[in-house]
Ligand binder design. Sequence first.
Ligand code: AMP
Length: 279
Amino acid sequence: MKIIRSVSQMQKICLALKKTRKIAVVPTMGALHDGHLSLVKIAQKKADVVIVTIFVNPTQFGKNEDLAKYPHDEKGDLQKLGKLKVDYVFMPKSWDMYPKNFQTVVSVEKVSRGLCGSSRPGHFEGVATVVLKLLQITQSDFAIFGKKDFQQLKVIERLVSDLNIPVKIVAAPIVREEDGLALSSRNRYLSDDERKLALFLSRGLKRVQEACRGQKITAKRMRQIFLDQKPKNNKIKIDYVECLDSTTFKPLQKYLRGQTLVAVAAWVGKTRLIDNRVF
Ligand code: AMP
């Protein structure tokens, strides 16, 4: 496993590799867990060479967000990736990704609005810009993203389609703990009590799906079913509960079989968590 820290070196390697091999990239912000590793395994099935990028991208964090305390675990990350026999780990520095006088911002308009786009202004511009850069640097044929960040996936699919980027975006299922909590690097911020409270997200989504079985439930009702099982605890603050068409990403009036996306975000203590279900 080769560790590359320089942007120009990574691009040089990839331009040479591309002549004979298929490349897959798995963009991450590190503090890797089994969700990230599931993406790596998908990448290995798709391509000859797998590159995992680890970069806590400053431009996708708002002023009052957790950039400064975002978890880092370089040693643990490299161990996990080494075990999986990843070919390259790309860990660029911020100054190399965003040199002095950097001034380009990629904005994907409609799908970036609402949900996380409303609560995190500028977030998806940061994501779209860094993903486009990573695709250019790695020259990837495949890029793997988790459905855990459903809106992000939609933004990237739009970006790739709109800008004719020759890469196939592969969407990976959400990996959960046994009790249902979606794996997230931010779960490590949670205290034991908060970890228990956080379960209401996955539990609520499951309840909504169960309630929809064989019934044309309205989006308003789905939202209410989710909220009804929220524990009464002032550590929990709902950011949003949205029902959308998972294909068009437009608001949904009623349950639509196979295409109903219920996406939620909530604060549990000082940690903002997201989760979703498509059914
Ligand atoms: P992050 O490091 O949080 O930026 O995530 C990097 C990639 O891993 C993104 O494509 C996420 O959607 C994906 N990811 C994060 N958590 C999970 C999970 N629990 N299951 C599947 N994919 C995930």
